[in-house]
Ligand binder design. Structure first.
Ligand code: HEC
Length: 233
């Protein structure tokens, strides 16, 4: 008896396969799980009696809190526009043009204009290390040598990520704090930006930490400039 059932399995599978595809390629054929084929997702802000909300408006999405502004929006107010955040948003706009020449221009400009505003402290460094270990080690490696597990497998073979980051010890002495801030915020080539994952303070904390990995204790000023007296404390 068992044998007969086993023999029937391929037949049943073949029948299923044949009946699943109709002759018309544009039609889905027989549907066995309709709730997966036809999604019941609601349009944003659509109204349905099935949706129960505390406001009682039966809307599929909650309205933003009063005075909410879109991320990156700069009101036309000269006080706001004189704020350093304006410069940042300007750069976001230019970065997302994906124009290599523009990227370079903004990288150079950030390198000259953006200074490290964060004082050195044990807490900032510890927080930078914590964030670095979460966000950056997969590519840059624990010590910033550019050999994270996505780049180099623990056994020594090539990892799945095709671009090898430079070792911080080699690269960071060639750039300024502003350059580093620009790259951490907006990315560079194969590296994505962290402007949306890390707040400005968090980015500077991470930068303090990667500079410590590179053995830089004060401002990163780039190889071309004379290094000023080291800032400590
Ligand atoms: C997905 C892999 C990946 C992750 C994650 C990553 N990076 Fe990178 N990073 C790269 C690559 C690749 C480069 C080399 C880019 C180039 O020069 O083309 C790079 C370059 C850099 C540079 C050198 C920039 C320069 O001007 O040469 C800095 C600084 C840097 N990364 C910081 C960070 C920090 C800080 C984090 C975490 C917040 C991070 N990266 C996360 C892949 C990554």
């Amino acid at each position: 008896m068992k044998k007969h059932i086993i023999k029937l399995v391929p037949v049943a599978a073949a029948v299923l396969l044949l009946t699943a595809c109709g002759r018309k390629p544009d039609e889905p054929g027989r549907i066995y799980m309709p709730d997966m084929t036809y999604s019941n997702a609601y349009e944003t802000y659509s109204v349905s009696e099935d949706i129960k909300t505390p406001e009682g408006n039966n809307m599929s999405a909650r309205k933003p809190a009063p005075n909410t502004i879109p991320y990156g929006y700069i009101p036309n107010d000269s006080n706001v526009r004189r704020n350093p955040a304006y410069l940042m948003s300007y750069m976001i706009k230019n970065h997302y043009t994906h124009d290599a020449a523009k990227w370079q221009e903004e990288f150079d400009r950030a390198g000259k204009e953006i200074k490290d505003p964060l004082a050195y402290s044990e807490e900032n460094l510890a927080e930078g290390k914590r964030l670095y270990n979460i966000q950056c080690t997969p590519c840059h490696g624990e010590k910033g040598e550019g050999n994270g597990q996505l780049v180099e497998l623990p056994g020594g073979g090539d990892g799945p990520f095709t671009s090898r980051p430079p070792a911080y010890k080699t690269r960071l002495p060639q750039v300024t704090d502003g350059n580093i801030f620009y790259v951490v915020s907006y990315g560079k080539n194969m590296m994505g930006g962290y402007g949306f994952q890390l707040s400005v303070k968090e980015r500077w904390e991470v930068i303090h930490y990667i500079k410590s990995l590179a053995g830089i204790t004060g401002d990163a000023t780039g190889a071309k400039e004379e290094a000023p007296a080291k800032k400590k404390g």
